[in-house]
Design a protein around this ligand. Structure first.
Ligand SMILES: C[S@@+](CC[C@H](N)C(=O)[O-])C[C@H]1O[C@@H](n2cnc3c(N)ncnc32)[C@H](O)[C@@H]1O
Length: 366
C-alpha cells in the first residue's frame, strides 16, 4: 500500500493502490498521464431508516459513512472537484466512464458537460437479477447507468468497435447491457462471511468497458477503487491500473484480490481491430507488384460487368475510367461502391475477389 507518490517524469504509481482522498491524490499525479478513468463514486443514497425484506431480515443497503453527504450542494461540490482533478490527469485523447444510479447519475452527467467532457454514450446496465422492491411502492430498480465521455469533443478516444461487435456475436454492440450483479463466488466476503463491500461491481461489466475502450498497456485509473474490480480486470487484460481508496479495509481486500489474479495469455489479449484501422493498400500496389497485370480483365462479383486494369492502377470499362470504386459505382448506377469487394480476377478458372490480394499485402506488413 503506497501513500506517497513518486514525482518526476513517468513516475506514475503503476499497479498500486493509493491511500487517501481521491481529489488530493489525483492532484498530486502528473498531468495528462492516464488513458482511461473508471469511476464508481458514492451514490449519495440518502437512506432514511432501515429497509427490511418481507421475512423481516434487514437489507444490507449502502449506509456507510463514505456515502453520506449533507446536501445535494455538498455532493455537487465534491463531484465538481473530483471530475476536475480527473480531467487534468487524463491524456488529451483520454476518456472517462462514470457509473451511477438515479440518485446521482444526472448530477454526474451535468457536471461532466459543464467541465467540457464530451459525452459519447450513456449505457444502461440492465441487471438480470436485481433486488426486488420490497415495499412494493415503486418499480423494481433494475439498472444502473454508465456515462462514457471523452476528455473533450476533439479527443481521438479509443473504441474497439470490431472487438465489441465480436463480443456480441457479430452484431453491433448496443448501449443496453444485460449482465448479472456481482454474486456467488465472485462476491468477496470478510472474515465473518459478510459482504466485504456493499457495492462490488461485476467483473463482466469492467471486462466490456476495458476491452471496448482501452488497448493492452494502457493506464486505467479508478479513484473509488473499493474492492479493486477495475484493477483485477485490468490486470487480467494486460492493462496497467492505479487505484485510489480512502478506506483501509477495502484497500486490504483489493490488494489480496489483485495479487491472486493471473494475467491472460498475451495472444489472447489481442482483439479484433477496426477495418478502418488496418493499413491502407492502394490498388496500384497490386499492379506494381505484378499481382495483377496491366490489361488483365476484372469481372464484377455479380458477373454483369467487366473492366481492364491499367498500368497506373485505374480501371477502364468502355468509355469509363477511374478508380476501382468509381468505375464500379458508375457501372452499377450507385452513388458509391467498394471496389475491393466488387471486383474479381480469374485464377485457375475461378473468380477470386481482389480483396484477397490486399489481405496478402497486409499480412506481409504485420
Ligand atoms: C461505490 S464504491 C466503489 C466500488 C468498486 N467499484 C468495487 O467494485 O468494489 C465507492 C468507493 O469509494 C470510496 N470513496 C468514497 N469517497 C472517496 C474519496 N473521496 N476518495 C477515495 N475513495 C473514496 C469508498 O470508500 C468506496 O469504497
Amino acid at each position: 500500500m503506497k501513500t506517497t507518490i513518486r514525482k518526476g517524469a513517468n513516475s506514475l504509481p503503476i499497479n498500486e493502490i493509493l491511500a487517501g482522498d481521491c481529489i488530493e491524490v489525483m492532484n498530486a499525479l502528473p498531468e495528462e498521464s492516464v488513458d482511461l478513468i473508471f469511476a464508481d463514486p458514492p451514490y449519495n443514497l440518502q437512506l432514511r431508516g432501515d429497509l427490511h425484506r418481507p421475512d423481516n431480515s434487514k437489507v444490507d443497503a449502502v449506509d456507510d459513512a463514505w456515502d453520506q453527504f449533507d446536501s445535494f450542494k455538498v455532493y455537487d461540490n465534491f463531484t465538481r472537484e473530483w471530475l476536475k482533478a480527473a480531467r487534468r490527469i487524463l491524456k488529451p485523447n483520454g476518456a472517462i466512464w462514470v457509473i451511477g444510479s438515479y440518485h446521482n447519475v444526472f448530477r454526474l452527467g451535468a457536471e461532466l458537460q459543464n467541465q467540457g467532457y464530451w459525452i459519447l454514450n450513456d449505457v444502461v446496465w440492465r441487471k438480470s437479477n436485481p433486488m426486488p422492491n420490497f415495499r412494493g411502492k415503486r418499480l423494481t430498480n433494475a439498472h444502473e447507468t454508465l456515462i462514457w465521455a471523452s476528455k473533450n469533443e476533439a479527443a481521438k478516444y479509443t473504441f474497439n468497435y470490431e472487438a465489441m461487435k465480436a463480443l456480441n456475436e457479430g452484431i453491433q454492440m448496443r448501449s443496453d447491457w444485460v449482465l448479472p450483479i456481482c454474486n456467488g463466488g465472485e462476491r468477496l466476503k470478510d472474515d465473518n462471511g459478510d459482504k466485504a463491500h456493499p457495492t462490488q461491481k461485476p467483473e463482466s461489466l469492467l471486462h466490456r468497458v476495458i476491452v471496448g475502450t482501452t488497448n493492452p498497456g494502457d493506464v486505467i485509473l479508478d479513484p473509488f477503487f473499493g474492492t479493486g474490480t477495475t484493477g483485477a480486470v485490468a490486470k487480467m487484460l494486460g492493462r496497467e491500473f492505479i487505484g485510489i481508496e480512502r478506506e483501509e479495509k477495502y484497500r486490504k481486500v483489493a490488494e489480496k484480490r489483485i495479487a491472486s489474479v493471473r494475467k491472460f495469455d498475451k495472444d489472447a489479449l489481442r482483439v479484433s481491430t477496426s477495418k478502418r484501422a488496418e493499413p491502407r493498400v492502394p490498388f496500384g500496389q497490386l499492379v506494381e507488384r505484378g499481382m495483377l497485370r496491366p490489361g488483365e480483365e476484372l469481372v464484377s462479383m455479380n458477373g454483369r460487368s467487366t473492366a481492364k486494369v491499367r498500368a497506373d492502377g485505374t480501371l477502364v470499362s468502355n468509355d469509363v475510367k477511374g478508380s476501382i470504386h468509381q468505375v464500379g459505382a458508375h457501372l452499377e448506377g450507385a452513388p458509391s461502391c467498394n471496389g475491393w469487394t466488387y471486383w474479381t480476377f480469374k485464377r485457375d478458372g475461378k473468380h477470386v475477389p481482389i480483396d484477397v490480394l490486399r489481405q496478402q499485402i497486409r499480412a506481409e506488413m504485420q
